[in-house]
Design a protein around this ligand. Structure first.
Ligand code: HEC
Ligand code: HEC
Ligand code: HEC
Ligand code: HEC
Ligand code: HEC
Ligand code: HEC
Ligand code: HEC
Ligand code: HEC
Ligand code: HEC
Ligand code: HEC
Length: 320
């Protein structure tokens, strides 16, 4: 065999190997999750639940095992005697699906029949994970889940809620904010700016304003729109005022960023740019004397102090 032939044989051999490896890698990377999903679907159809419920599971998942599961007993879902709770139902299998042959391990240690798992790493699609939870939770909060941005974005219930532990992170202000800002990094950055709502100090949390199970309301707020949300705690801004400032009654977020800003009072922009975005200056009618102390700070508020509206009879230009 001459040198050239040898090369071409070797090259085509490698090529065939590469192509078959790529095909293999392709099926490897795509199929396992789908295969697990299909297997779980079948297990559900077969519906072979264990006879002894959690007793069966704890033979292998007690607190000293490799994958302990006793944390559920510190949580409301592990409490006995809660009517409609998992423990008065199919226990572990109410969430993780029927046992089937999971405990028999016929295929060897690392190829156990799968159980339903939860969270971002699970091969079970978020919508199917969530349907497990929604089979019991159809209260007012979850009724509109299916039309929420979170459902649309395939966020799972267990991205926010943790069940195998005593305290669910959503019911503690600090851990809730940490969880939410884990995905919403832009909001996280805003919380650290010069002025913000007292969220980092634990006075408020994201759910003071948001109801993340729905998007019926603007920005998944608890109130129908932004202004109704603000009025909930800043009632004095509601009016009606004799002299309204149009953008205020329309949308507080024209000027404020509720998550925080580099400017004082969470203002979107510095003064006087904030006002100048909508108002042409210098004044058409008013001749502000050059060097007037009130203008020097660049703040329109020195004269127009009642920027949210006023009831003063001569408040037309929001100065009183
Ligand atoms: C005979 C021992 C045994 C019994 C009984 C058993 N499991 Fe498991 N289970 C295991 C082992 C071992 C693993 C880890 C397998 C693996 O990593 O593939 C596991 C994994 C799991 C997982 C995680 C699966 C994953 O893909 O990460 C869940 C959830 C689970 N079991 C739930 C249950 C439930 C619920 C029961 C009772 C209905 C139960 N198991 C009964 C041995 C058992
Ligand atoms: C109300 C639903 C629910 C019940 C009941 C429940 N689990 Fe879980 N389980 C979950 C969720 C959700 C997770 C994901 C972690 C979390 O939320 O803390 C999980 C995680 C697990 C894991 C870890 C799997 C992994 O991905 O590593 C195992 C194992 C497990 N559960 C077994 C059990 C066993 C055994 C029982 C009964 C003693 C049980 N679970 C009861 C919902 C439940
Ligand atoms: C078998 C029915 C059942 C299933 C399945 C179930 N839950 Fe629950 N859940 C309950 C019951 C019952 C309660 C407590 C009753 C109550 O106070 O509303 C509860 C309470 C909760 C609470 C409030 C906890 C608290 O401390 O007040 C959250 C959050 C929750 N469940 C989330 C989930 C999630 C997420 C899943 C799916 C992984 C899930 N549940 C699956 C029945 C269930
Ligand atoms: C984006 C995060 C997030 C997701 C995803 C989420 N929740 Fe919640 N959930 C919360 C927060 C925050 C609260 C607490 C609300 C409050 O403090 O008023 C809560 C409260 C609850 C409660 C107890 C109070 C109530 O309204 O009954 C239940 C039950 C619950 N969620 C179930 C679910 C179920 C089921 C899913 C999935 C379909 C889910 N949650 C998805 C954030 C989330
Ligand atoms: C697992 C990631 C994840 C977690 C955790 C999460 N979110 Fe989201 N959220 C998203 C994605 C993705 C979107 C859609 C894209 C966007 O607006 O950033 C979204 C959208 C939103 C929106 C806009 C919804 C609308 O109706 O316009 C709000 C508000 C929101 N999330 C609040 C929260 C709150 C509050 C929490 C915590 C209780 C939270 N999110 C936790 C991923 C997450
Ligand atoms: C004081 C009320 C309030 C609090 C507290 C609050 N938000 Fe908001 N959030 C709003 C309002 C109002 C909007 C819509 C106006 C806007 O887009 O600026 C909004 C919009 C959003 C949006 C969608 C638009 C965007 O800015 O990306 C996300 C995501 C969001 N909030 C997440 C969070 C998270 C996460 C927390 C907790 C760290 C939180 N919010 C706390 C009032 C609040
Ligand atoms: C759940 C209650 C609550 C809601 C809803 C709320 N706020 Fe606040 N707001 C507060 C609290 C508490 C403070 C801090 C008051 C203090 O420090 O004296 C505050 C402070 C402020 C400040 C002054 C900040 C500073 O640095 O001086 C502004 C501006 C403000 N809020 C605007 C808004 C706007 C705009 C909305 C609607 C998007 C809104 N708030 C919704 C509770 C709320
Ligand atoms: C046209 C811009 C603009 C709009 C729209 C606006 N604000 Fe303001 N807001 C300001 C300015 C400017 C300040 C700073 C006032 C100062 O420095 O004294 C301020 C300050 C505040 C403060 C803290 C000081 C105080 O007066 O209590 C709160 C709270 C507040 N705004 C709430 C609201 C609410 C609620 C809305 C919607 C109903 C709203 N703002 C709409 C410009 C605006
Ligand atoms: C989002 C646009 C917008 C911003 C920002 C804004 N304004 Fe206005 N302003 C208006 C509109 C619209 C009117 C009512 C229409 C008109 O008369 O021009 C108005 C009216 C006024 C009036 C009363 C004029 C009159 O004759 O009734 C004054 C004074 C005023 N604004 C001052 C300010 C100041 C000071 C700021 C900055 C803190 C500001 N505006 C920010 C839109 C805005
Ligand atoms: C030295 C005080 C003073 C300062 C500072 C000032 N204004 Fe005025 N402004 C007035 C007076 C006085 C009037 C009323 C004129 C009238 O009644 O005809 C007025 C009227 C207005 C009006 C309504 C009529 C018009 O000319 O459009 C607007 C809008 C306005 N100012 C915006 C601003 C903005 C924006 C700033 C900051 C860039 C500002 N003003 C700074 C004193 C001031």
């Amino acid at each position: 065999m001459n040198k050239r032939k040898w090369w071409s044989w070797a090259a085509s051999g490698i090529l065939i190997m590469l192509v078959s490896m790529m095909a293999f890698a392709d099926t490897e990377s795509r199929d396992p999750r789908e295969a697990v999903e299909a297997e779980l679907d079948k297990k559900f159809q077969d519906g072979r639940y264990s006879r002894d419920g959690s007793e069966t599971c704890l033979r292998c998942h007690d607190k000293d095992s490799e994958i302990p599961a006793t944390g559920i007993f510190d949580n409301v879902h592990g409490r006995l005697g809660v009517s409609h709770g998992p423990m008065s139902d199919r226990q572990c299998e109410a969430c993780h699906g029927p046992l089937g042959n999971h405990h028999r391990n016929p295929r060897g240690n690392n190829a156990r029949e799968p159980m339903i798992t939860f969270g971002d790493d699970s091969p079970v699609p978020a919508s199917k994970q969530n349907s497990v939870c929604l089979s019991c939770h159809q209260g007012s909060a979850q009724r509109n889940w299916h039309s929420s941005v979170h459902a649309f974005e395939d966020v799972s219930c267990s991205s926010c809620h943790k069940l195998h532990q005593a305290e669910d992170p959503m019911f503690n202000q600090a851990t809730q904010v940490e969880t939410c800002t884990g995905c919403h990094s832009q909001v996280k950055a805003q919380l650290h700016k010069r002025s913000s709502h007292p969220i980092r100090d634990g006075v408020m949390s994201c759910s003071s304003c948001h109801e993340p199970h729905q998007s019926v309301n603007e920005a998944s707020l608890k109130q129908v729109d932004i202004n109704e949300n603000c009025y909930q705690c800043h009632a004095e801004k509601r009016g009606p005022f004799l002299w309204e400032h149009e953008p205020v009654s329309e949308d507080c977020s024209y000027c404020h960023n509720p998550h925080g800003s580099i400017n004082s009072a969470m203002l979107d922009k510095r003064m006087p740019q904030l006002c100048q975005d909508c108002h042409r200056v210098p004044h058409a009618q008013v001749d502000i004397p050059e060097g007037d102390l009130r203008v020097r700070g660049g703040s329109c508020m020195n004269c127009h102090s009642q920027v949210h509206g006023t009831n003063h009879p001569r408040g037309l230009t929001l100065r009183k």
